[in-house]
Design a protein around this ligand. Sequence first.
Ligand SMILES: Cc1cc2nc3c(=O)[nH]c(=O)nc-3n(C[C@H](O)[C@H](O)[C@H](O)COP(=O)(O)O)c2cc1C
Length: 162
Amino acid sequence: MNEIDPKYFRQVMGQVPTCVTVVTAMVDDAPIAMVIGSFVSVSLDPPLAGFFCTNDSYSWEQLKKADTLGVNVLGEHQIDVSNACMRDLGERFDGLDWEMADGAPRIADTTAWMTLTEHQIIPAGDHEFGLYNVMTMSVPDEAKPPVIFYGGAYRDLSELDA
Ligand SMILES: Cc1cc2nc3c(=O)[nH]c(=O)nc-3n(C[C@H](O)[C@H](O)[C@H](O)COP(=O)(O)O)c2cc1C
């Protein structure tokens, strides 16, 4: 049934641009961060949003324990934040400017910020889809353009102006 080569799957899907978010939570007094590009708006009424997580992620196991998740949508000036959150688990918040807000770790200076509570966790192949209620959301008064992940690299929208 499945004739799709995994490498080719990755290559083709690499042509689909995504956002770059850091999904965060405080679990047992330790801040958790996971870089997520699959974050998506799902429903307006009720307000729902979600993302896909690989089944073998320790961070995802931790995030599922939390009452509240934070979604930090990264700006084009925050590639270093994404790289920081790809470090070893205990080091991801080292040097980051963050604080607790609305029940979850909020990273400073992002494009957008939301908090979520669990609605439903849905099996999705070798991933799960975490479907969440949107509890709070905000953007800065002056919009901060997002960083985009495309073709295996971080991009900013201003590249498109050329
Ligand atoms: C730009 C970018 C987007 C990513 N998007 C996802 C995603 O949507 N789902 C996912 O499971 N992993 C995604 N990852 C990979 C995870 O962030 C990374 O594998 C994870 O933090 C490692 O799991 P661990 O924290 O359990 O060690 C992404 C990584 C990058 C750099």
